[in-house]
Design a protein around this ligand. Structure first.
Ligand code: FRU
Length: 483
């Protein structure tokens, strides 16, 4: 499939047509990365939610497959996860064909309309042909509603020390932990979070996994929240701590931690069955305006897949995310310039043969003084990504980016703290037709934002207040993955 519509991402996954939100059921099976997603196959607005399906060998080139899960008498197929049940603990496999098992939230629109609280339950579906044909489990739901109006987005993983499955489910303002030997019968183990973290909105789409970097291993609990993000609307917070198969104990921390401070990275969770490598993917939009963005015939894309690691900063353990190495395969040879002195403005577009607006730009060892990177077009529209020394913040300003008035808050400048307090700045910008992803200081502060200029951005320059030394600037064009 080759797509040429305005704003069509060229190396981020988007469905051919219609509405998409959260990534779901991400699991790696026999060399294939599966990505399911919240999908309305009949319109470009939310509602009538199914699970769409796409597969990839490298998380970069995607092939969209037929819809995997359809609504049924229990409701719409809301978010959830999938695992590769290779030892057939569920008994749902066939000999020689272990099942892929999906756990998802059933959302009853009828009950919702009737004003009931037991709207959402957890259900199971399985496939014995690696994801092509899906069967709903006859005993659904496998977890009943226990009184929380919002009770959804089960994320399941294998807990090796006790040889059992663990599930985290969002329950309005906290996370419920369950465990199971067979993915079918679940026991509630604990609750977490009523008094911790951000509570400006409903807790959704959690994830739980151990992460090892060097000789540190921590458990990471991801909790998406909507609204209440650091720049308004939807965002992904996380906790680091310990997990013993039953309860999650967070590290001491005063500030809420965010996996991405930008406006457009939501409902992100990680791939299952990728070993020690932990790879995160988010929905590159925001519930504030996701259904109003000016794209057609589809709405929304995913972020680039991001590899997670842990970093120690000032006694705190933080999550760092960086674009997966697989992107190299679609990235052209890099142009680079060493020891650059930016005096007011340093133009990059004129130095590169293919300023096609899809690229990866890296700044290494830039002085921590005010500067910005400006994407622009001939109509004077622009997106500005920068750093402000005064308050030690990164920011993205899309107020003059073309189409911005489809929603009130869209034009607001987003900012994020630089979590490193000293030293020079390293940053990576990943830019596609309608998005920019900033990874600063080795992925400690990240910001993702979408944009809709009336003409593509082909200009690219670094601007400084006064002079700015940059150790190395490199630019590489990214090729389209649709073919
Ligand atoms: C998050 C979310 C989930 C829910 C799904 C519905 O974006 O609200 O909590 O399962 O979207 O599409």
């Amino acid at each position: 499939e080759v797509y040429h519509e305005p704003y069509r991402p060229q190396f981020h996954f988007s469905p051919k047509a219609h509405w998409m939100n959260d990534p779901n059921g991400m699991v790696y099976v026999n060399g294939t990365y599966h990505l399911f997603f919240q999908y309305n196959p009949s319109a470009d607005v939310p509602g009538n939610i199914h699970w769409g399906h796409a597969i990839s060998k490298d998380m970069v080139h995607w092939k969209e497959l037929p819809v995997a899960l359809y609504p049924d008498s229990l409701g719409l197929v809301f978010s959830g996860s999938a695992v590769w049940d290779k030892n057939n603990t569920s008994g749902l496999g066939k000999s020689g064909h272990p099942p892929m098992v999906a756990l998802y939230a059933s959302h009853s629109v009828e009950k919702e309309k009737a004003g009931r609280t037991d709207v959402e339950t957890q259900s199971l579906a399985y496939s014995t042909d690696e994801g092509k044909i899906w069967h709903k489990y006859k005993g659904n739901p496998v977890i009943k509603n226990m009184g929380d109006r919002d009770f959804r987005d089960p994320k399941v993983s294998w807990y090796e020390p006790q040889k059992k499955w663990v599930m985290v489910v969002a329950a309005h303002d906290h996370i419920d932990f369950f465990s199971s030997k067979n993915l079918i019968n679940w026991t509630k183990e604990s609750e977490f979070g009523q008094q911790l973290g951000a509570h400006g909105g409903v807790w959704e789409c959690p994830d739980l996994f151990p992460l090892t970097s060097g000789n540190t291993t921590k458990w990471v609990l991801i909790v998406n929240i909507n609204p209440g993000g650091p720049n308004g609307g939807s965002a992904t917070q996380y906790f680091t701590g310990n997990f013993n198969g039953k309860t999650f104990t967070p590290d001491n921390s005063s500030a809420t931690k965010w996996a991405d401070f930008g406006p457009d990275n939501y409902a992100g969770v990680t791939w299952s069955n990728t070993g020690k490598r932990i790879i995160f993917l988010g929905w590159m939009s925001n519930w504030r305006y996701g259904d109003k963005v000016p794209t057609s015939p589809w709405r929304s894309a995913m972020t680039v897949p991001r590899e997670l690691s842990l970093k120690k900063v000032g006694g705190q353990t933080l999550l760092a995310s960086e674009p997966v190495g697989e992107l190299h395969a679609i990235t052209s040879k890099e142009n680079s310039w060493a020891n650059v002195k930016v005096n007011g403005s340093y133009d990059i577009a004129s130095k590169v043969s293919a300023a096609n607006g899809k690229f990866i730009l890296k700044l290494k060892n830039a002085q921590a003084n005010d500067f910005s990177i400006v994407l622009s077009n001939k109509k004077g529209e622009q997106v500005v990504v920068g750093y402000r020394k005064q308050d030690n913040q990164y920011f993205i300003d899309r107020s003059k980016a073309g189409q911005v008035d489809f929603q009130l808050d869209f034009a607001k400048t987003a900012s994020a703290p630089r979590l490193l307090t000293t030293g020079n700045i390293d940053l990576i910008l990943v830019v596609d037709a309608a998005s920019v992803e900033l990874f600063a200081d080795g992925g400690l502060t990240n910001m993702t934002a979408i944009f809709f200029p009336t003409q593509p951005f082909t200009g690219l320059a670094i601007k400084s207040q006064g002079s700015l030394n940059v150790g190395k600037i490199s630019y590489a064009k990214v090729n389209s993955t649709w073919n």
